[in-house]
Design a protein around this ligand. Sequence first.
Ligand code: FES
Length: 117
Amino acid sequence: MPRLTVEGYGTFDVPAGKRLVLAIEQDAQVDILHACGGNARCTTCRVEFIEGEPRRQTVAERDKLAAKGLTGVRLACQIYCDHDMTIRAISRLEGSGRPDPGGTPEAEITPPPEWIE
Ligand code: FES
């Protein structure tokens, strides 16, 4: 079972293969944003990796980060928890001025992932 550490919140066992955005919200109980519902459209689910950043990336994540000029962050909705990870939750509901975090992402990565290794 992979271990997810969220800086300032603790370390949590996460079912292998769970979407990172869901693990942060449901297992670590952190109020991460996911305004587009986990579809690589909004970038509000962005996190900083401290350890265990996955090498592979979806085409949708790469293209969205490039379009927004974002570096040093990853989209939690485009990552599966398949190994131990330590992240910083930098985009949270608290302080965002938003009424809610966004629609709950589906269990599998959407859109259907095309992987860049
Ligand atoms: S990009 Fe919108 S939730 Fe991940």
